[in-house]
Design a protein. Structure first.
Lengths: 45, 284
């Protein structure tokens, strides 16, 4: 039973996180980073 | 047959995540709509072939942005994949996990990993992904994506090497940071030849999160104790050094199915299940 509760909590948390992230503009930040060369990621910056 | 099916899925996931292969020749970065989404596995978004964003890179990019502190969107995507599949994401969908499995096929003497090393990935997750991007800032006051910058070998392999090969202007900024990251990549490559999925087990923060979710994910491994004869073949064949009969919820199990295929009694099942009863009964 407790497993089902944990599953429900994680599903709700995941949905809430995605919704909150989208509404506060995180997707645009990610897109900007991902559509250019990330100098830190490649170890050059 | 199931093992062959897993290989096909790994290959398809590798190709789907890196579908922009034509960009490899020019070193251009794909700028299409798909980059708004995060892939489930570790795949550098600075790879010219990458179609999606890297979830760990995305989390850090947001956390490092002033006024944001935590990457909810990417964390939500990771939690969603994790609750559905647990570490089966590692076993089936992650390109870097697949790469390490191929490296391990190189015929050399193989070794068993020292177990305490596997806890290092939780340290990497807490310090390099969650804490340092918030607390370390550069000269301009911008947070640093510490995991990407100092550890991630996928960034070096998929990002730096193809970009340095195709864009000469980038070669002028190669310095000590690149040398450090190249060293990590070499360690990971040699480590993966000798130890099965060395990076996944020791350093990967995504593997740490999916591993924690293995205990409650819908896709799970169950052992029927009425069929199991405790022959130990499952434990012996497991590359992740899991004993599925005793630790079916292990954070290290990538749900690869090797144990189920090796079981002479077909006592191990790996599938989607919302019911715990059967598994819990058989472990009591
Ligand atoms: S542990 Fe990390 S690198 Fe390994 S398969 Fe999982 S997500 Fe990929
Ligand atoms: S316990 Fe079985 S499914 Fe899990 S990693 Fe080991 S062999 Fe693969």
């Amino acid at each position: 039973m407790s497993r089902k509760i944990f599953q429900a909590v994680v599903i709700l948390t995941a949905g809430g996180f995605i919704f909150h992230g989208v509404t506060r503009g995180e997707v645009a930040i990610i897109f900007q980073k991902a559509a250019r060369i990330c100098m830190e990621c490649i170890g050059l910056g | 047959m199931k093992i062959f099916r897993r290989r096909l899925i790994q290959l398809a996931a590798f190709g789907f995540t890196n579908a922009q292969v034509l960009n490899l020749a020019s070193g251009k970065i794909y700028k299409g709509e798909l980059k708004n989404f995060c892939a489930p596995g570790l795949n550098c978004y600075s790879c010219p072939a990458a179609s999606f964003s890297c979830p760990i890179g995305a989390m850090q990019a947001v956390a490092a942005t002033s006024g944001f502190n935590f990457g909810f969107y990417a964390a939500g995507i990771i939690l969603a994949f994790g609750i559905l599949f647990g570490r089966a994401v590692c076993g089936f969908l992650c390109p870097f996990g697949f790469f390490q499995e191929l490296l391990h096929k190189i015929p050399t003497p193989k070794k068993i990993l020292w177990r305490p090393l596997m806890y290092a990935k939780y340290f990497v997750l807490a310090v390099f992904v969650l804490i340092l991007p918030l607390t370390l800032t550069n000269y301009a006051g911008v947070g640093l994506p510490a995991f990407c910058q100092y550890i991630c070998p996928a960034g070096t392999l998929e990002g730096s090497l193809p970009l340095l090969a195709t864009r000469p202007e980038l070669r002028q900024v190669v310095g000590s940071l690149f040398a450090w990251k190249f060293f990590i990549l070499v360690v990971v490559i040699f480590g993966s030849v000798i130890f099965y999925r060395f990076f996944c087990r020791v350093l990967c923060p995504l593997g740490a999160i999916y591993g924690l979710l293995n205990r409650i994910s819908f896709y799970r491994l169950t052992v029927d104790e009425n069929l199991c004869i405790n022959c130990g073949r499952c434990k012996k064949i497991c590359g992740m050094n899991v004993d599925p009969v005793r630790q079916n919820d292990s954070a290290e199990c990538i749900r690869c199915g090797e144990c189920a295929a090796a079981c002479p009694k077909k006592a191990i099942a790996i599938n989607f299940s919302t019911s715990l009863e059967k598994r819990d009964d058989c472990l009591e």
